[in-house]
Design a protein around this ligand. Structure first.
Ligand SMILES: [Zn+2]
Length: 442
């Protein structure tokens, strides 16, 4: 373990530490951040009035829109001259949200990023190939500094130039791969194209995050790359990668580093707190951040908390794998659909390649869901070898996928099967959903 003392702190001591740090954070923001100053006064809450962790429920929520309203530095709790680094979200809709770090924050982030890597099975001396994007996105540098702190050798590959990355993976003999799951699939397909097998690489572990992904996707990645694939979680507003990670021991739920973050699950509409085990929206309060501390930040990620002790011995509660983001949830003909549910169906069909696109448009006021997938190259070869009629085989496969989607989603999708290589591969964060209704409405 990277930090056995904190990772295995008895719950009672952990909770006492959390309360102490929570009070300190509330004290800081009530002095330094006008947004919180106002809301805490309104609610009649002060740091001294917090008696137990349950009192976190008296604190105001923070939404992504609040961060945008106070762009760029309105949420900073220190003078901007004390900020050592600024990251930002992609800001696809208007202004981005920023992440600002003091020197102390960067040290904490490096430490918990190293803790995540170690929990997932990375060791000092490992070669770690990092294909997360470097730049304003927190993924690249967040993992990078964690890997250096751990004592690994980092290959800062970033995204793109996939063939070259495969060559470097082979030549530098990386044991650990860090990137988005969709980019890992791209690398696996590229390996096939280059007539290489996983045995030509020395990869043992993949640490994948920044996108919700399914268990089926895990199975595909483990098989295609001959690795253990683990889930890592983080978000730039709260810190970046390193908030939570699966342990190699159980690969079942992600340990949230509760000495730094206080998690809650709420009902996304009523905002009522939900007990451990129930699924809802993850809300996080930072406990040690100095530059941009946040109270009850609504992550938009849907998951549940697992309180049962983990076989690895760590005492931090786990979060279930994120089922989807509230922002990504599609409402199609009144039915809630997460793209990950469609992925589960597609990735469990051996005849398909792991590429897909989801398109929704409206026809005469009715939503139409189209799922585009590719059949694998090997599937087409098998058809030819057996002398079967490709048209017939495609129709049969289309029917099977349509039925499975109907069973999973409770609605009928139009399935289009395309030859392999038709759908663009991910170069970082995959864009798989095209909701044309937004354009049709405007
Ligand atoms: Zn564990």
């Amino acid at each position: 373990m990277w930090n056995q003392q904190f990772e295995c702190l008895p719950r009672r001591e952990l909770e006492a530490l959390q309360l102490q740090r929570l009070k300190k954070t509330v004290e800081l923001v009530s002095r330094q951040v006008p947004f919180y100053q106002e809301r805490l006064t309104e609610a009649g809450v002060s740091a001294e009035s917090l008696e137990s962790l349950k009192d976190v429920e008296r604190l105001p929520f923070t939404a992504k829109s609040n961060l945008r309203d106070y762009y760029p530095f309105g949420f900073c709790a220190v003078d901007v001259s004390d900020i050592r680094r600024i990251h930002a979200s992609s800001g696809t809709r208007g202004k981005p949200t920023i992440a600002a770090y003091t020197k102390g924050d960067l040290a904490t982030w490096s430490d918990i990023s190293a803790r995540c890597l170690a929990t997932a099975g990375a060791r000092p001396g490992d070669v770690l190939h990092n294909s997360y994007g470097y730049g304003l996105f927190t993924g690249g540098l967040g993992i990078h500094q964690g890997a250096e702190t751990l004592g690994a050798t980092v290959i800062p590959a970033s995204g793109g130039r996939t063939q070259q990355q495969v060559m470097l993976l082979k030549d530098f003999r990386a044991r650990i791969l860090c990137c988005t799951p969709s980019y890992a699939l791209n690398l696996a397909l590229c390996l096939d194209d280059m007539k290489l097998s996983p045995g030509d690489l020395k990869l043992e572990i993949g640490i994948f995050g920044a996108e919700p992904w399914s268990q089926e996707c895990r199975r595909q990645l483990e098989e295609r790359l001959n690795i253990q694939a683990l889930d890592i979680y983080g978000l730039s507003e709260v810190m970046g990668p390193g908030v939570a990670v699966e342990c190699l021991t159980t690969k079942s739920g992600l340990h949230i580093w509760e000495d730094h973050f206080l998690p809650e699950i709420i009902h996304p509409e009523t905002l009522a707190p939900l007990p451990d085990g129930e699924e809802g929206e993850l809300v996080l309060t930072t406990l040690t951040k100095e530059g941009l501390p946040l109270l009850r930040y609504r992550t938009g990620d849907i998951c549940s908390l697992i309180a049962e002790p983990c076989a690895c011995g760590r005492t931090a509660r786990r979060m279930s794998r994120v089922r989807g983001r509230l922002d990504d949830m599609l409402i199609i003909r009144g039915v809630n659909v997460y793209p990950s549910e469609i992925e589960t169906v597609l990735f469990s069909a051996a005849a398909l390649a792991p590429q897909y696109q989801i398109v929704i448009h409206r026809e005469r006021a009715l939503d139409v869901l189209t799922v585009r997938a590719e059949f694998a190259q090997s599937t087409a070869q098998t058809w030819h070898r057996h002398g079967s009629d490709e048209h017939d085989e495609r129709r049969k496969l289309t029917d099977t996928i349509t039925t499975r989607l109907k069973n999973q989603l409770g609605l009928t999708a139009l399935v289009e099967l395309l030859p392999s290589g038709t759908i663009a591969l991910s170069e970082g964060k995959a864009v798989r959903v095209l909701d044309l209704r937004l354009q049709q409405d405007s």
